[in-house]
Design a protein around this ligand. Structure first.
Ligand SMILES: Cc1ncc(C[n+]2csc(CCOP(=O)(O)OP(=O)(O)O)c2C)c(N)n1
Length: 659
């Protein structure tokens, strides 16, 4: 029987003899590799945190103490050790555990998370709450060197160093964000590792560790004295300067050593940062050799792991378009907040390295740096995921929109994103972008339209938000920028069915992935117009006026929350213009949607093919009823006067083709 078979909580780990900890770590690593081979997921980060995870559960009790993992993507080991081992084969799938820590999933998860850099502020709050109530528990934040590049993390450190609550901060430093980590702090951490005196100190620390490791209860003044040499080593250490006690760096794969320091630190007053050095993908050759590819792995054959190709993605279409546009115009820049790979920017970063900027996990900085560039005449494109742009909202209004600057927001992962779930759903952006004056919003139907819109956005000037979903798209033909077709700014297009409202019973307004669903749903119906409502702002007022005037019922369909999406925009516009048009709005109602297969989720939420079919049928039935009522009323109204030929005829005139 394996050690893992006996473990479902921290207390089970704490019962082990310390010599058993490396064995547990080895088992945990093998389990993670095996689970991810079936499910895919955040393999490399979870492998790098194996020893840290075991040590944390050896020293701390995640039911009593609060272990706050930053991002929460490195917690597969934590989940396995805390009673979720049997569920892991369904991680990130519908009904299975989330890919990140989620407090509704387990009391061992201190925080619901998925976005980076929140752990320190949340842990600070927990430590303050603990001290206010005088309850004895420990608070530990675990943050990666990547997540530490976020302004939120740095601002929280500033507070922690000022208020000095008792807490442990584990800095899990593997030199990587998703891609290579960036920034001056990162450079400082590299210097810390190569200081010869530090390496000497580390070997002294290890010797002391061997001498001093005794029952944990014996950690006392001797251990404190021995390790003090390790503490606060450099007067120019920025963490020290911010008021933290700094320990390290230590080898984060030496599980006994990590446990030793954690146990010691929990006895200390005030905040202490333990800097552990780890390797992303540790213990799995392919992932160690290529941690970028194996950061977010697809399923693989564990005995012969080969990273699955993803095919041509929307993000690749954007990256290719950006390269071409930057070639044409040397004012074009692309800025990413730490998402080079996910945003399709690897080729761009090589093609135009001088006009490519990775600012770290700092969406706010990405937006305002773009504002600065635009103020000096450059044409920046901020490549950003929909859910991460939430981090740059004030900057978008305050720094970009107030000045109506020429900044293009290339918003990726718009719509439901699948396995990443609740924290990453890109379903709010239009609702929060639509109210911003001067900002245009559009979503292309394919890669050709993406190029046209991107080119059009740069030509239009002012702030423009273009959005596209996660997933694959057909490659656009290889043509020069000048030959890219233009899209009339603010125009919609009827892509199937009648283009004259007089011939239509229903019009379905869709954009992005829902356009495909609408086409499928309306395929057999000649009286249904399917419209590519690619501009969300401005709406195509002229189109709407013509169709509303003809009384054609509208069905709006969107992979976005209903509140504030296309349906809202159209309803508001029609109401303001005095039209009374029957409308059905399909989209996400007032719920958070967790992980799952987006196509199934779209159906479940009522805006997949079936949902649209039902809406079309309902609109048609309603229209027939209304026409009949109208006819009836007209006949009645005409009857006392003996009736006219024109009366009933006029009544059906607005409903020309009821099929
Ligand atoms: C606000 C935000 N931006 C971007 C991301 C995408 N993201 C997930 S993990 C990650 C890298 C984190 O690096 P680090 O904290 O060093 O952890 P590692 O994966 O190296 O263990 C990034 C950029 C995110 N989760 N949240």
């Amino acid at each position: 029987m394996s050690l893992l078979d006996h473990i479902s909580t921290s207390a089970d780990v704490a019962r082990l003899r310390r010599e058993q900890l490396p064995h547990l770590a080895a088992e945990l690593r093998a389990e993670i590799i095996d689970v991810c081979s079936e499910t895919g997921g955040h393999l490399a980060s979870s492998l790098g945190a194996v020893e840290l995870t075991v040590a944390l559960h050896y020293v701390h009790d995640s039911l009593r103490d609060r272990i706050v993992w930053d991002v929460g993507h490195q917690t597969y080991g934590h989940k396995i050790l805390t009673g979720r081992r049997h569920l892991m084969r369904r991680i990130r799938q519908h009904g299975g555990p989330a890919g990140f820590t989620t407090s509704s999933e387990s009391p061992h998860d201190a925080l619901t998370v998925g976005h980076a850099s929140t752990s320190l502020a949340a842990a600070l709050g927990m430590a303050l709450a603990r001290d206010a109530r005088e309850v004895p528990y420990d608070v530990v934040a675990v943050i990666g060197d990547g997540a530490l590049t976020g302004g939120m993390a740095l601002a929280a450190l500033n507070q922690i160093g000022h208020l000095k609550p008792r807490m442990t901060i584990v800095l899990n430093d593997n030199e990587m964000s998703i891609s290579e980590n960036v920034g001056a702090l990162n450079e400082f951490m590299r210097r810390l590792q190569v200081q010869p005196w530090l390496q000497r100190a580390e070997s002294r620390g290890k010797a002391a560790l061997r001498d001093l490791w005794a029952p944990l209860a014996e950690f006392g003044s001797r251990a404190k004295k021995a390790t003090r040499r390790f503490f606060d080593p450099a007067s120019n250490n920025p963490f020290h300067a911010m008021g933290l006690r700094y320990v390290g760096p230590i080898d984060g794969h030496d599980v006994e050593q990590v446990a030793f320091y954690l146990a010691h630190i929990r006895e200390l007053e005030g905040p202490t940062m333990l800097h552990v050095l780890t390797r992303k993908g540790k213990g799995y050759d392919v992932a160690e050799a290529d941690p970028i590819t194996w950061h977010g792995a697809s399923r693989y054959d564990a005995s012969n792991p080969v990273a699955a190709g993803k095919g041509y993605q929307w993000s690749d279409a954007f990256g290719d378009a950006a390269i071409a546009l930057a070639e044409n115009d040397d004012r074009v820049w692309v800025i990413t907040p730490a998402m080079r790979e996910g945003s399709g920017l690897v080729p761009y970063s090589k093609a135009h390295p001088k006009r490519y900027l990775d600012v770290g996990i700092a969406e706010d900085v990405a937006v305002t740096t773009a504002a600065g560039l635009a103020l000096r005449g450059e044409r920046p494109i901020v490549a950003i995921y929909s859910s991460f742009l939430q981090r740059g909202y004030d900057q978008l209004i305050h720094d970009v929109a107030l000045e109506s600057l020429d900044v293009v927001f290339a918003i990726d992962r718009a719509g439901l994103v699948g396995a990443d779930g609740m924290t990453h759903q890109g379903v709010f952006d239009m609702a929060y972008l639509r109210p911003i004056p001067n900002l245009a919003i559009a979503m292309p139907k394919d890669a050709v339209e993406l190029r046209a819109l991107l080119k059009g956005a740069l030509a239009r000037g002012g702030p423009v938000a273009l959005r596209w979903p996660r997933g694959s798209v057909a490659v656009a033909p290889d043509t020069a920028v000048e030959a890219w077709p233009d899209v009339a700014w603010g125009s919609w297009e009827v892509v199937s069915g009648p283009s004259d409202p007089a011939d239509a019973t229903v019009a379905v307004l869709a954009y992005g992935v829902t356009l495909g669903y609408a086409l499928e749903a309306a395929a057999a119906a000649g009286d249904v117009a399917v419209v590519n409502a690619r501009f969300l702002k401005p709406l195509d007022d002229a189109w709407l006026a013509r169709w509303a005037d003809a009384g054609v019922p509208l069905v709006t369909v969107e992979d976005h929350v209903l509140a504030g999406g296309l349906g809202s925009a159209v309803a508001e516009h029609l109401a303001d213009a005095g039209f009374e048009v029957p409308m059905q709005r399909l989209g996400i109602d007032d719920v958070h949607v967790s992980h799952g297969d987006p196509r199934l989720q779209h159906e479940e939420l009522g805006y997949g093919v079936q949902g649209i079919r039902s809406a079309i049928a309902a609109s048609r039935a309603r229209r027939v009823r209304r026409a009949e009522d109208h006819l009836h009323r007209s006949v009645e109204a005409a009857a006392p006067a003996g009736g006219t030929e024109a009366g009933p005829h006029e009544a059906v005139g607005a409903v020309p083709s009821l099929r």
